[in-house]
Design a protein around this ligand. Structure first.
Ligand code: NAP
Length: 248
């Protein structure tokens, strides 16, 4: 029987994993996307889009589609779906692997201020600067909406939705970004502070190098913890190995 693997996606790593799994004879892979992005990148294998209806709905889907293993390769800040995956795996008795790219590490020349929430980042901002490059995602602007005295430059793939700060300029683009481009952007918009989640990965790390080289402060929102008892694997190769599919 071909194993059927459900990958909870929405990240570059999930796309790479789906491509690796789809290339293996006898393996069936389905990637699940939340449906937040209007034009998601191409994904190998089967794709389904939209919520499951909580942990119970996900467990039903796993049973109905005869899934043999569940891989949560969602973004490190997608806390609800990760909690649902853990609960659904327990309910169905299926193996769960969590694929999480490592977080970014602060270097000696970085001027990072690490906080545990967007609300804490918003509290700190007025003391650090007035022209903010905000890269926490288009759905996370509400925490900053009351900061009427600051100018925000927000970058996202799709247009952000209110509530958001009144003085907001939107740049629509999708990574990866280069260090020279990020420096040019920071210069052009006279940015004096950057806000980011600790997403990790290469595609959006250039802004941190650019901020370091320009000696700008960066507010870094740290990741939420994983559900209790859940271990993360750091890369696609680790997932393949744990699934018994490593080595090509
Ligand atoms: P979330 O808060 O953890 O999830 C909210 C609800 O959206 C979940 O309860 C689930 O609905 C549905 N959902 C989320 N991911 C799903 C998936 N892969 N397949 C099917 N349903 C999914 O997630 P989020 O932060 O809104 O992120 C949504 C998606 O965008 C994730 O897939 C994530 O990988 C990706 N993403 C998130 C971020 C970020 O910063 N949060 C950044 C880049 C990409 P039901 O309860 O109805 O099943």
């Amino acid at each position: 029987m071909s194993p059927h693997i459900l990958v909870l996606g929405g990240t570059t790593e999930a796309r790479h994993l789906a491509a690796d799994l789809a290339a293996r004879p006898g393996v069936r892979v389905t990637t699940s996307l939340a449906g937040r992005v209007s034009k998601p990148g191409a994904v190998e294998g089967d794709v389904r889009i939209g919520g499951f209806g909580g942990a119970a709905g996900l467990a039903d889907w796993l049973r109905a589609h005869h899934v043999d293993a569940l891989v949560d390769a969602t973004h490190p800040f997608a806390e609800s779906i990760t909690a649902n995956a853990a609960e659904a795996a327990t309910a169905t008795g299926l193996p769960l692997l969590v694929l999480r790219r490592p977080g970014w590490q602060q270097g000696p020349e970085d001027r990072w201020h690490q906080v545990t929430s967007s609300a804490a980042a918003a509290d700190l901002l007025p003391r650090l600067g007035h022209r903010v490059f905000l890269t926490t995602g288009r759905l996370g602007l509400a925490a900053f909406a009351h900061l009427a005295d600051l100018h925000f430059v927000v970058r996202s793939v799709d247009p952000p939705e209110p509530p958001m700060p009144p003085d907001t300029e939107v740049l629509l683009s999708r990574g990866p970004f280069t260090v020279p481009d990020e420096k040019a952007l920071l210069h052009a918009h006279r940015i004096d502070v950057l806000v980011t989640k600790d997403s990790g990965g290469q595609a959006t790390a250039a802004k941190l190098t650019a901020a370091r080289e320009l000696a700008l402060p960066v507010v870094v929102v740290r990741r939420p913890p994983l559900p209790r008892g859940v271990d993360a694997v750091r890369d696609v190769a680790g997932v393949l190995e744990r699934l018994g599919l490593g080595g090509g």
